[in-house]
Design a protein around this ligand. Structure first.
Ligand SMILES: [Mg+2]
Length: 392
């Protein structure tokens, strides 16, 4: 019953820039620290100790140093993108459905992971929270709910290192006692206006008549009210949807531990993807193989060809190599995926294999045509040989 489980996670790193700096300079941990420019600068990020002292973002640095004279001010050094990428890569070890919203926050959709209970979901998400801390020393807060709206409010509720789960059906009662300003889109100005009319908590909205609501919130009051009830049907948009890569994955009904079998499946994915790459007039350079175990941990390995290609053959030899790199644990796999990236426009390239490539491309075009028309099933050599092997 996946639609009764809260499977949308909002992840929000705590004081991200400061946390990245503290990972490098742990001696400042627990102190009033901020990242920002000194001269006419602005505070970009403040530790929770500094916030308790009245420092917030964005605030002019000069002002921050006035309210908090012992503030440790660290320059904005950069390199934060790299840590962010690593953080989201860790997210992708539990689900391929990760939406990176900004450098330090995003959504995860665990719906396709087949988790069976709230406890199981909690265990997986706590595992991720711990792993991000263990490997990157970045504290993150997690909100888990049925949709993006509620999970986002939940993740911000108990920062730092928050962990808030809102079970299915509990959205409205979760939101009711919260300050009206917790609703996304309610800025300080709107908040003050609402407070002046007696709306302090989200639940206060429901004591108003429709007329009053329309007067308070304008013509959009109904969608505002739906939000106050915790209703939201926006989907988690993944990176994989973008046209910059081609990927395919297969989840097995039963975990598979046989290398040859997995290799055959992965090669089949090359065969399945390459015709669409050719059809789009593209060439690809990088192939990434991902393996996932029964407990949803996953590993990836990728490699680029010296030159991009739109043919199956140059990528076949990479399959075994990448599988050996990614599949480090001696456990059976639940899922394997193949992804092509570094997509280039497919002009003909004059390399030393041009003649052979041209022949192969012609052959490939014929096979694509046959496959498309379903006139007959044309198979590549490895599919045939794999069949022979299974027959052993
Ligand atoms: Mg944050």
């Amino acid at each position: 019953m996946p639609d009764t489980l809260p499977t949308i996670v909002h992840l929000d790193a705590d004081a991200f820039f400061v946390s990245v700096e503290l990972a490098l300079q742990p001696e400042y941990r627990g102190k009033k620290v901020a990242v920002g420019g000194r001269e006419r600068g602005i505070i970009a990020s403040a530790s929770y100790e500094a916030r308790a002292c009245g420092v917030y973002t964005p605030m002019p640095t000069a002002r921050a140093l006035k309210v908090c004279p012992d503030l440790i001010l660290l320059p904005h050094k950069g390199g934060y993108g790299e840590v962010s990428r690593k953080m989201f890569d860790l997210c992708e070890t539990i689900t391929p459905y990760v939406q990176r919203n900004s450098i330090d926050e995003g959504y995860l959709d665990l719906t396709p992971c087949g988790l069976k209970s709230v406890e199981e979901i909690e265990r997986v998400v706590r595992g991720l929270q711990k792993r991000i801390w263990d490997e990157l020393q970045i504290p993150v807060s997690m909100g888990i709910a049925m949709n993006k709206l509620v999970s986002q409010i939940a993740s911000k509720l108990r920062k730092p290192r928050g962990f808030v789960v809102v079970e299915a059906g509990a959205e409205a009662s979760f939101l009711e006692p919260l300050d009206i300003g917790k609703l996304p889109g309610v800025g300080t100005k709107t908040e003050t206006e609402l407070q002046m009319r007696g709306v302090w908590k989200i639940r206060d909205l429901f004591t108003k008549t429709e007329r009053e609501l329309a007067a308070l919130l304008g013509s959009d009051w109904q969608s505002f009210l739906a939000m106050a009830r915790g209703e939201d049907d926006r989907e988690v948009h993944t990176e994989h949807e973008d046209a910059k890569s081609y990927s395919q994955q297969e989840t097995f009904s039963k975990d598979i531990g046989d290398f040859t079998e997995i290799e055959r499946v992965a090669k089949g994915m090359i065969d399945a993807l390459m015709p669409s790459i050719r059809a789009d007039g593209k060439r690809v350079k990088t192939m990434t193989v991902k393996v996932r175990y029964g407990d949803f941990t996953q590993e990836t390995a990728g490699r680029s060809l010296p030159e991009s290609s739109d043919l199956e053959q140059p990528f076949y030899p990479l399959v075994a190599e990448l599988l050996r790199k990614a599949w480090t644990q001696s456990r059976a796999l639940r899922l394997v995926s193949v992804r092509f990236s570094s997509v280039e426009d497919g002009g003909r390239q004059l390399d030393m294999f041009a003649e052979t490539d041209e022949k192969r491309r012609k052959l490939a075009a014929v096979m694509d045509q046959l496959n498309k028309g379903k006139l007959q099933r044309v198979q590549h050599g490895h599919q045939l040989s794999a069949k022979k092997k299974t027959g052993d």
